[in-house]
Ligand binder design. Sequence first.
Ligand SMILES: [Zn+2]
Length: 117
Amino acid sequence: MHELPAVEDMIRALDEESESRGISKIKEVHLVIGELSSYVGECVQMYFDILSEGHSCENAKLYFTHTKARFKCRDCGHEFDHGVDFVCPLCKGEGRLIKGTGKEFLIRKLVYDDTVS
Ligand SMILES: [Zn+2]
């Protein structure tokens, strides 16, 4: 359920973006979702299908890129993607979560339909 306000914000941002560019139709929306963000692609899609009606992004196709949380080793400082555990692949030391990573919910790219004016 928590995807609802995020999708509302997203559609508002898409409307502003397409308006400022003078574009009436958005064809593709590419999103980045971090694995720790707790947003589920299917839920985003579901709300998007309902809420985008009548907006510039109506019927746009959503693409999701999932990003991993990043960890930094306490012993050697090596940074690595979250795998099956938090153990440093170099020295087997304990990794600590790098703040903010894996929590992204971003619009990465938009594709406009320029066949509609
Ligand atoms: Zn290490």
